[in-house]
Design a protein around this ligand. Structure first.
Ligand SMILES: [Zn+2]
Length: 246
C-alpha cells in the first residue's frame, strides 16, 4: 500500500521543462504518470485503500492531468502544497527555480555549478532571501515566465475537489531555525491556512523535518504532516506521513 506519493514537474515533451529537472529526476512524462496512477488506482480498489497524490511547489504542469481524471480514479486524492508566498498570490519564482531556468537559457549543466561557486545542497539550507541573493550574483536579474499555478487556477482545482495544504512558510531547511523563529513563521503560515480555508496540513520543504519541528507544528494546530521516504535525515515521529517521490 502506498499512502502518499509526491510529484513535482510533469511534461509532455522533454523540452517542456528545463533539462535539469530530468537530471535530478523531478519530472515525469504525463502519459507515463497517468498510466502509473491508473495502475495504482486499480490496486487500491482491490485492497480497499486510498493514496494521496501530492504536488509540491505549485507548478502549473499539473493542469496537463485531464480534469475528470481523479473523479474516475476515486481511490486517489489530489493535494497541492503551496508556500506562504504562493498562497498569498506572490508568484515570484523560488531561488532554485530561477537558477534552473537561467541554466537552461545559458546552457549550463549541474556539473558546471561548482565552477560558479554554487552548491545546490548548501543553497537549499539558506533562508529564501539569502538563496535569492546568491542566485542573483550568478544569474543577474533574469526575467522568468510564471510557471506556477495562479490563485484562480488553485481555486478552480479546489472547486473540482482537490485539497490544498501548506508547503511551509518558505522553501528552506526549517530545521535550522530556532524554536522562536520557527514558531513565529509557522503561526503566520497557520493563519494563512485558516484564512484561505485550506487543509491544516504541512509538507516540509524537501522532506526535511525532525521531531522538534514536528512538535512545534502540531502544537500550532497542523493536523497532518508530510515528509519524504527518500530524505534520510528525518525525525522518528511516526505520525508524519512519508511520501514516495515519483
Ligand atoms: Zn518543494
Amino acid at each position: 500500500m502506498i499512502e502518499a506519493i509526491c510529484l513535482h514537474r510533469i511534461h509532455d515533451n522533454d523540452s517542456d521543462v528545463p533539462s535539469v529537472f530530468h537530471d535530478i529526476n523531478m519530472t515525469i512524462q504525463i502519459s507515463d504518470l497517468l498510466g502509473m496512477l491508473s495502475d495504482l488506482d486499480a490496486t487500491n480498489r482491490i485492497s480497499n485503500t486510498t493514496t494521496l497524490v501530492t504536488f509540491d511547489d505549485g507548478w502549473r504542469d499539473l493542469l496537463l492531468i485531464p480534469e475528470d481524471f481523479f473523479d474516475k480514479h476515486c481511490t486517489l486524492m489530489p493535494v497541492i502544497f503551496l508556500t506562504d508566498a504562493q498562497l498569498t498570490g506572490d508568484l515570484t519564482p523560488m531561488p532554485l527555480h530561477r537558477l534552473y531556468s537561467w541554466m537552461q537559457q545559458n546552457d549550463v549543466s549541474l556539473t558546471d555549478l561548482p565552477e560558479l561557486q554554487i552548491n545546490r545542497n548548501n543553497l537549499k539550507d539558506l533562508r529564501v532571501k539569502d538563496q535569492h541573493q546568491l542566485v542573483s550574483i550568478v544569474t543577474g536579474e533574469t526575467q522568468h515566465s510564471i510557471d506556477y499555478l495562479t490563485p484562480s487556477e488553485v481555486s478552480q482545482l479546489k472547486a473540482n475537489g482537490w485539497a490544498v495544504g501548506s508547503h511551509g512558510p518558505e522553501h528552506c531547511d526549517l530545521r535550522l531555525l530556532n524554536d522562536d523563529e520557527l514558531t513565529n513563521l509557522l503561526s503566520t503560515t497557520y493563519s494563512i491556512v485558516q484564512s484561505n480555508n485550506i487543509k491544516p496540513w504541512i509538507a516540509w520543504p524537501e522532506g526535511r523535518w525532525n521531531n522538534r519541528i514536528a512538535n512545534i507544528a502540531r502544537e500550532l494546530g497542523f493536523e497532518r504532516q508530510f515528509g519524504l521516504v527518500e530524505e534520510n535525515r528525518r525525525g522518528t515521529d511516526d505520525t508524519v506521513v512519508l511520501r514516495k517521490l515519483w
